[in-house]
Design a protein around this ligand. Structure first.
Ligand code: FEO
Ligand code: CA
Ligand code: CA
Ligand code: CA
Length: 623
């Protein structure tokens, strides 16, 4: 790329400046539109149109279908319940199949996924299965749970790894490949890094504090240059309960959203690990990034405690110019934070054995975004989360690095991290190394203490979301300071004339709410997936079903690429290396009893499904 440094400063300078803000003398709200972040740059630079975006925009949709641009074709690859292990039964929608069946079938609620090539025409997909819906999973809809039902629900969670092969009309999955594997909420895993073996990690079943069963609520993902898959444990708290009268949870449990009352999964009834009155430390063993070798179906998944315990959304991996591996991570909750991990050791291309444990040891940081009042750009600092530094010592309740990592959220508060509007996916531009993060929405902004309006979170009761972008000092992803701005502010310009109309690169033809999934393709197009309100009325009028958009990071242009079926979220995105296939996940079509029968139609049960999207002429996707 030509002169990346000045390209970025040009974009940053085009955002709202403090001088400009003060000159206006108007209310902050009025000024937001007048001096919209990115808006001037976008208005000035979208003529001629983006050279990166070569597809015809898709209109909004409220139909029960998956819509792609003219000249493209989309086919289902695999749906919840399809058999992936040898001998697995076919999906049966009667809701009566036992746990053993689900444990050999594709899990529910497809989410983040990565493509691992085996050859030109064969590959493995590693896919998260985030959660399950008892109304669809069981004929009794969760009203008469048995031990086998809990096991079945646990088997619907986790990760699915399976082979896919190229065919004349796309890709198919291989149902009996030796590579195929299910990882569930009861697969044995190893805890590694500074928190492994700490007293807070020990349970009745594991006196060593190093062996843990299972991963669940795996949201998004990452992949490493040494060929492993990263799966991120998000809302793990929702599976635990503390049954009994008058149970009071402590400050740590509260900060991580643990509640005494069961939220409906009922796992505690048949599996003591999920009863906090019996196993108070079990929740400490979840909320991590897990590293999986997809090429070895017998390998033990490794929970990487050095990356901190939060409600992990995804793990965006890049190798800095100096060779250290950097992982960016969002903690998806109102008022939580953005983190980065820098490996202690350097990546050694081709030396798999040396690279294998790069995520075991390193430095964790959390972001503070600074801005002058009213500005939506500024500088930022990465604050180190290391025991003994920045107040992370016994004076604030921390006695070891293990405790800093297990209670990373509380450590972030001590060091003064910025409370964000629900950080979802992070993505790193493959050439410029500029980083973007979706801030999906935040009903508590400006309402709850500790969540002031300002900086990268400029709107109270933010219902639409925004994308924050930063460039590390000197273009070095291991740096401890950065410049930031807002790449995009979502909104509805057809009903709002203020802050809530969004930035000027949002218009009546590309508007959306709640950006969530995010990724760059090889050419640097920014792919945005939404997990928002699909009511299509009031604040959301004209937005339709959840959608996928593609943006040009240089010009700011945003164009809609796909729309999902009724009551689905589109999440999970990966490309074949030739960039001629994109895989897109359709999660929870028909949630909350909405009338979807995707993908089979008729009167069928709605099923989460991965779609294979290609151009009819075989060309590069979105080019
Ligand atoms: Fe699983 Fe924050 O989305
Ligand atoms: Ca998400
Ligand atoms: Ca979301
Ligand atoms: Ca979701």
């Amino acid at each position: 790329m030509k002169n990346q440094e000045s390209d970025f400063s040009k974009i940053v300078d085009a955002g709202v400046s403090r001088r400009r803000f003060l000159q206006g003398g108007a209310t902050a709200m009025g000024m937001f539109l007048a001096a919209n972040p990115v808006a001037q740059a976008v208005a000035a630079s979208t003529q001629p149109q983006s050279k990166l975006l070569g597809f015809t925009k898709v209109a909004t949709s409220t139909a029960d279908t998956f819509v792609v641009p003219e000249g493209y074709v989309a086919r289902p690859l695999i749906s919840w319940g399809d058999p992936i292990l040898k001998g697995a039964p076919a999906f049966n929608e009667n809701g009566q199949q036992p746990a053993s069946a689900q444990a050999s079938q594709f899990g529910d609620n497809t989410d983040g996924m990565s493509f691992f090539p085996l050859s030109e025409d064969r590959a493995l997909l590693a896919v998260n299965n985030e959660y399950t819906n008892y109304k669809l999973l069981f004929d009794h809809k969760g009203q008469a749970m048995t031990a086998d039902d809990v096991k079945k629900a646990q088997a619907a969670h986790g990760v699915s790894v399976f082979e896919i092969k190229r065919t004349a009309d796309g890709w198919d999955y291989v149902s009996d490949s030796d590579y195929n594997r299910r990882i569930t909420a009861y697969t044995e895993m190893q805890l590694t890094g500074p928190a492994a073996g700490h007293d807070l990690m020990k349970t009745g079943a594991d006196a060593s504090g190093t062996k843990v069963l299972g991963t669940f609520n795996n949201c998004a993902n990452g992949e490493t240059p040494w060929g492993t898959y990263l799966t991120c444990e998000e809302n793990f708290n929702g599976y635990f309960a503390a049954p009994g009268e008058g149970i009071e949870l402590d400050q740590h449990q509260k900060r991580y959203g643990l509640k005494a009352k069961d939220r409906g999964y009922q796992w505690y009834k048949f599996d003591d690990r999920f009863d906090m009155t019996k196993e108070p430390n079990e929740p400490h063993r979840h909320g991590w990034v897990v590293e999986i070798d997809p090429m070895d179906p017998t390998s033990t998944p490794l929970k990487r405690t050095a990356l901190g315990r939060i409600k992990h959304e995804n793990a965006a991996v890049t190798v800095a110019d100096n060779g250290h591996v950097v992982v960016y991570m969002g903690d998806d909750e109102r008022g939580e934070h953005i983190y980065k991990f820098v490996s202690a050791n350097k990546y050694q291309p081709g030396n798999t054995a040396a690279n294998r444990n790069l995520l075991e040891d390193g430095t964790l940081y959390v972001a503070r975004f600074d801005a002058a009042e009213g500005d939506v750009k500024g500088k930022g600092q990465w604050l180190e989360l290391t025991y003994g530094k920045n107040g992370l010592d016994s004076s604030n309740g921390f006695n070891s690095q293990a405790e800093v990592l297990i209670y990373a959220r509380e450590a972030a508060t001590v060091v003064g991290a910025t409370t964000m509007d629900r950080p979802e996916w992070v993505a790193v531009h493959p050439q410029t190394k500029t980083v973007c993060c979706t801030l999906t929405n935040n009903s508590e902004r400006g309402v709850k203490p500790g969540q002031p309006v300002g900086g990268p979170n400029p709107r109270a009761e933010n219902k639409y979301g925004q994308i924050v972008r930063w460039r590390e000092a000197g273009g070095d992803n291991t740096a401890t300071s950065f410049d930031w701005d807002l790449f995009l502010v979502a909104g509805n310009p057809t009903i709002h004339k203020d802050f809530y109309a969004g930035s000027a690169n949002i218009n009546d033809e590309n508007m959306f709410n709640s950006p969530d999934g995010l990724g760059f393709d090889q050419a640097g197009r920014l792919w945005i997936m939404t997990d928002g309100k699909y009511s299509n009325i009031e604040s959301y009028a004209g937005m339709g079903n959840n959608q996928v958009l593609v943006a040009d990071p240089e010009t700011g242009e945003v164009r809609r690429f796909a729309t999902g079926p009724i009551a689905s979220e589109l999440t999970g995105l990966t490309f074949s290396p030739d960039q001629r296939t994109v895989f897109i996940g359709v999660q929870h079509p028909g949630e909350k009893d909405k009338p979807s029968h995707f993908p089979a139609g008729g009167n069928s049960k709605p099923r989460s499904t991965i779609m294979v999207v290609q151009r009819k002429d075989g060309g590069i996707i979105a080019a």
